[in-house]
Each structure stands twice: as C-alpha cells, then as structure tokens.
Write a protein that binds this ligand. Structure first.
Ligand SMILES: *[C@@H]1O[C@H](CO)[C@@H](O)[C@H](O)[C@H]1NC(C)=O
Ligand SMILES: *[C@@H]1O[C@H](CO)[C@@H](O)[C@H](O)[C@H]1NC(C)=O
Length: 380
C-alpha cells in the first residue's frame, strides 16, 4: 500500500490535471482516494484497473465514502465499470433520489476485470475526505451460474476455485469440447437376416456429439428392407434440411437422406445385401431418436412340382435364396438322378433365383428287391 500512496502523492503533486491508470493484479487489495484520509485534491482523475485470473470475479466494497454531491454525480464521482458496462456511479455523502453512495453495497464484477475511476472537478468549496475501498477476487461457481444455459455441462459439473470441469455418466465419453458427452457407436455390425437397430439409449434422448455407424452385411443374394417405427424424433430446423442431427443411409454409391424431424421415413427397399446407416448428432438438443427393424429377403425361386410318386419337403408356396428342399419317393419307388438310384435328393434355391438342380423322377424299384433277396440267400 505504501508505494501506492507514494505514487499517488507523486502523481498529484507533479501533474494534477492528467489521468492516471493503476494496474492491479493481486487477489485482494485496497484503493483510496488521493491523499486519503486527508481531503482529496481538485481536478484529479485516477483509474484502477483490476484484473484477476479467469474463473474469478471481483468484489468491491467501501469502508468510507465522502465525496462532493452533485446532480447525477456530474462533478466528483467514483465510477465502477467493466470493459463495456458501467456497474455503478457513486458520489455525495448519502444516497438521494438522483445520487447514490455505496453504503453497504457490494459491487460484483461479471467477469475477471473491474475498472474504478475516481474524478474530482476543479473546485471544491468544502473538505471531502474521499473514499477507502477494498476488493477481493471471489470464485465463480460456474456450475450454478451456467445451470440453465445452453452451454452448460451435458451431464455433471464440478466447480473448483478458479474454474470448473464437466464429466459424464458411466458409458459416455467427454467430447473434445470438454462439455458434451458422446458415446462410442461407430462399430455395429449386423449379419442376421432380421434385426432391430436403434439410436443409443432409445427411447431416451440420444447422446450429443456422436457419430454412429451401423452396418448390415449379408451374403450376396439377399436384399435388405428397412422399416422405421412411428416413434421418430431427430432434431430438425423449420427451413434448413437437417442441419443438426440426421440419419443417412448408404447403399453402394447411393445415399438416402438426410432424414430428421418427427415423421419416420417410409419403408425402404434397398435392393442390396450391404447397407450402411449413419447417425450424426451435434452438441445440443434433447430428442428421443429412432428405431427400425430390418429384414433381408432372398431372391425367389420358381414354384416346384413334386415328381410323380414322390414328395417335396418342406412343402411351401414360395421358396427363396438359401431354402433347401428334399425330394423323396413313395414306398416302392426310388429317386433316379443321372441314372443313379437314391433314397432322397436335395436341391437348393440359389442367389440368382434358380434351383441348383432339376427335380429328379421317381422310378419303380424292382431290381433292388431281387438283389436284396439274393444277398439274403448268400448270407444264409
Ligand atoms: C483500464 O480500463 C479502462 C476501462 O475499461 C480502459 O479503457 C483502459 O484501456 C484500461 N487501461 C489499461 C492500461 O488497461
Ligand atoms: C479441453 O480441456 C483440455 C485439457 O484441460 C484443454 O487442453 C483443451 O484446450 C480444452 N478444449 C476446449 C475446446 O476447451
């Protein structure tokens, strides 16, 4: 404090009319009108610029205040401001309708900077003792202050002296924005012929800042059909198509979508055995997401007629890719295929929609009956 007073004394005795700026960077301190506790000089101006570290605010309060009173404090005053905003202007000895003294009031800066200017005009008829003020850095509870803001922590907020940080619920990862919680969902492979795919956490709101990838990969010959459920809720925009969150469906070089909003897309017949579903979410919004079921249908094979004196199992109206049927003959008949007799014969529906073989015929089985008799005689 001593150097400050000395500095003031020096400044004011040497050059009264010019303004002085004092830079303060301490966590707390005291500022006083020039010459305090003696009366302050006329025609002087001093500015104290206080800067504290980020994450702190500055609290200013007055222990003593005694300045000349003037209408709207136009002559002598103490003005407290930030870079772009006047927080308070004080003058006089007591508060009136048009002038304010600080009294017990505490001035709190919105950020980590506060500028205090003391000014006196050229003539003071009376003796005014000026002011004695103290300031201190106070921690900002960012968690409380940002609670309702768009840019608050996504899941959990932790305040500490001078700052804060965010963390995420189990299973989530903090995004590089240090604020939103994303999930790892880029590695989902579906190889079954039917299945259900949903956005993460469905039907609870899907995570922010996530890039999800779902691959449906089946054997060639299958064609994937997608059917979205009615509950469909992806953040959208009234004018711009899907600027925030969206689904895109990739089939070979073709891209379907983007899809967003509250109306589910119509069923999609992809005509492909390999489908990629991309789901992108940005760093804000609370939407429920989506759910779809898929079904892979194979190419259909032509109808089958069982051979005369034979049957086909299983017997159904339609056969498609991968279906297998077994042909067998009535008692006393044998399947004849390429001149070879056998009990049963199997054919399969191929990926191009043709049968792997023709339906064999059933032939009356006499020769074998004789040879069986013979072999029985031999063994006897
Ligand atoms: C002190 O603060 C005032 C008000 O914000 C500003 O105009 C001025 O440039 C600052 N001076 C310094 C040296 O930072
Ligand atoms: C996130 O936090 C890390 C470590 O504290 C920091 O290095 C990085 O700059 C921060 N990123 C953003 C976008 O604030």
């Amino acid at each position: 404090m001593r150097w400050l007073l000395l500095y003031h004394a020096l400044c004011f005795s040497l050059s009264k009319a010019s303004a002085h700026i004092v830079e303060l960077n301490d966590m707390f301190g005291q500022i006083q009108s020039p010459g305090y506790p003696d009366s302050y000089p006329s025609d002087s101006e001093v500015t104290w610029n206080i800067t504290v570290p980020d994450g702190f605010r500055i609290k200013l309060y007055f222990m003593h205040f005694n300045l000349e009173s003037s209408y709207l404090c136009e002559y002598d005053y103490v003005k407290v401001e930030t870079e772009d905003q006047v927080l308070a202007t004080f003058c006089g000895r007591e508060t009136t309708d048009t002038e304010q003294t600080p009294g017990q009031e505490v001035v709190l800066s919105p950020g980590s900077f506060m500028s205090i200017t003391f000014r006196s005009d050229f003539s003071n008829e009376e003796r005014f003792t000026g002011f004695d003020a103290h300031y201190m850095a106070v921690d900002v509870d960012e968690c409380k202050e940002r609670e309702d803001e768009e840019l608050s922590c996504d899941h959990y907020c932790h305040n500490y002296i001078g700052g804060y940080y965010c963390s995420c619920r189990f299973g989530y990862i903090l995004h590089t924005d240090n604020r939103t919680c994303r999930v790892e969902c880029s590695d989902n492979l579906f190889t079954q012929r039917t299945g259900v795919i949903t956005s993460p956490d469905f039907p609870n709101p899907y995570p922010k800042s996530s890039e999800c990838l779902y691959t449906i990969e089946l054997e060639e010959g299958f064609m994937v059909n997608l059917q979205f459920e009615d509950i469909f809720d992806i953040e959208d925009h009234p004018e711009v198509p899907c600027p925030y969150d969206y689904i895109k469906i990739k089939v070979g070089p073709k891209v379907l979508g983007p899809f967003c909003g509250e109306k589910a897309p119509e069923p999609i017949n992809t005509q492909s055995h390999s489908v990629l579903i991309l789901f992108h979410s940005d760093n804000s919004g609370e939407n429920r997401g989506w759910r779809l079921s898929y079904r892979a249908a194979g190419n259909e094979c032509p109808e089958l007629q069982p051979p005369v004196h034979g049957k086909i199992e299983p017997s159904q109206a339609k056969y498609s890719f991968k279906d297998q049927v077994l042909i067998s003959c009535d008692t006393g008949y044998k399947v004849l295929k390429d001149n070879v007799e056998m009990d049963t014969f199997q054919i399969e529906c191929l990926k191009d929609g043709t049968w792997s073989n023709k339906i064999p015929t059933c032939k009356k089985h006499e020769i074998d009956l004789e040879s069986e008799l013979k072999s029985e005689q031999v063994t006897e």
